[in-house]
Design a binder for this molecule. Structure first.
Ligand code: EPZ
Length: 419
């Protein structure tokens, strides 16, 4: 049982450097299957999800070696097309192996990916895209058996009732690379991680146009080669540190994130009076001062308010003056953390896909239980501003998406430690 102890009440001040993007590098690791040449990826964060993805690749017969702390060399001389079941339940990003294996071997046997507490995680749009490209996909008990031996280019519409799908877009791009001709993907996700992923594939020799827009054109039938690539910074980690600075009334500077990637979140923060800016070289400056006010937000696909920062924003809003409504437009049940914050005295009312947060509220330390990656970050933030001690149980969830979070927070003044 991993437990983190936090003693709140300290202003955080200083500089912090974020790591590479989890949600960009995980699909890149999978996409290294698309060539039998060697790929090197830099700025790979040391996360448990990265460890899991590397373990899966090795199970598939791929050679994966770390070079230093944040670089990985992958060489898929050959690759099995059967993904072991134990992994698919552990990590959603393993779903990207479907497209990678179809793109590499033309076939795949992949367990049904697991759900998680933030809500159901369907892959109907992924399957729709694969089938549109001519990939026979049938479900056999808890597996998908896929035959992509006769792929053809196609025009595909990927968005669903909740908008675009990040991993779905990534998956269909990889399968389209195998389909001779030019495929068009409409309703593609435009998250920065998708654009960075396309940058990686382009470095491997892929021909993808429309990157950054919701209409991508992929030229299939081109053999890809090895490459060397550096992952973008993690905007969710950066946004979490911005909230840490604000919730403790501190002054924090954040390095390692490209300019513009956090804009949708910064727009939301400025609406509550937060003094946050990002300069041309990407440095984010958080200057606390004055009482934060409230603002109603709705999360949505990029460039909407990022759902992965919804819990952190809610924790921050417990310290703002007024009542905010937070509507979760991507994962309606992504409020597991609210009851835990209630144990600290937070006034949060969850109704269906929205939460109403009243503040400011003097939080008091409590014993809390983490349920998932981003909720855990919200509990940490609340502990940093609460009076007294907070203990967060099942703190291992944090390690899925944050590298050495406690150490980085201690370096800017927090009294926090994994016990
Ligand atoms: C990616 O998940 C991220 N994960 C998530 O980050 C992130 O919250 C999410 O995108 C939205 O930005 C990775 O990239 C590994 P989706 P993904 O497919 O791709 C519906 C984190 O904390 N949908 O974009 O799995 C779905 O139900 C994680 O780092 C379908 O209906 O999310 C959801 O409402 C959490 N059918 C919406 O689309 C499908 O076939 C977005 O899902 C696929 C998705």
């Amino acid at each position: 049982m991993e437990i983190t102890r936090i003693v709140g009440g300290r202003r955080l001040c200083g500089d912090v450097v974020v790591g590479g993007s989890k949600n960009a590098c995980l699909p890149m690791l999978a996409a290294s299957l698309l060539t039998c040449e060697e790929c090197v990826i830099h700025n790979v964060p040391a996360l448990s999800d990265v460890v899991t993805m590397i373990a899966i690749l090795r199970e598939l017969g791929v050679s994966v070696n770390r070079i230093g702390e944040h670089s990985v060399k992958i060489h898929a001389r050959n690759a099995s097309f059967v993904v072991p079941e134990i992994y698919m339940q552990k990590m959603r990003a393993s779903v990207c192996l479907m497209g990678a294996l179809i793109g590499r071997t033309g076939k795949a046997i992949v367990p049904i990916p697991g759900g998680c507490v933030i809500g159901c995680r369907p892959i109907d749009l992924h399957i729709k895209g694969f089938r549109a490209l001519g990939c026979r996909t049938v479900r056999r008990r808890d597996f998908f058996v896929m035959d992509g031996s006769r792929l053809h280019a196609e025009k595909i519409t990927l968005s669903g009732e909740r908008g675009s799908t990040v991993t779905g877009t990534i998956n269909v791009i990889m399968a389209a690379i195998k389909a001779p001709g030019e495929s068009v993907i409409e309703g593609a996700a435009v998250e920065p991680e998708v654009s960075d992923f396309c940058g990686y594939l382009s470095a491997m020799g892929a021909k993808i146009s429309g990157v950054g827009t919701s209409t991508l054109k992929v030229t299939g039938g081109i053999a890809l080669h090895g490459c060397e690539y550096t992952v973008i910074g993690d905007r969710i980690e950066a946004g979490t540190f911005v909230c840490a600075g604000l919730i403790t009334g501190g002054d924090v500077r954040i390095f390692g994130l490209e300019r513009g990637l956090l804009d949708p979140f910064l727009v939301g923060l400025r609406r509550i009076g937060a003094r946050v800016s990002q300069d041309d070289d990407g440095k984010i400056t958080v200057q606390s001062g004055g009482q934060l006010s409230y603002a109603d937000i709705v999360t949505g696909p990029h460039p909407g308010f990022p759902t992965d920062l919804q819990a952190q924003f809610c924790a921050l809003q417990t310290q703002s003056c007024g009542e905010s409504t937070i509507v979760e437009g991507v994962y309606p049940s992504r409020f597991m953390y609210a009851a835990e914050l209630g144990k600290m005295g937070a006034a949060i009312r969850v109704e269906n896909a929205s939460a109403r947060v009243s503040g400011p509220c003097a939080l008091r330390g409590a014993c809390l239980r983490a349920t998932d990656l981003r909720s855990s970050a919200a509990l940490y933030l609340a502990g940093l501003c609460a009076s007294g001690e907070t203990f967060v149980y099942d703190a291992h969830h944090i390690d899925r998406g944050y590298e050495n979070l406690e150490m980085k927070l201690r370096a800017i003044g927090a009294n926090i430690r994994r016990v």
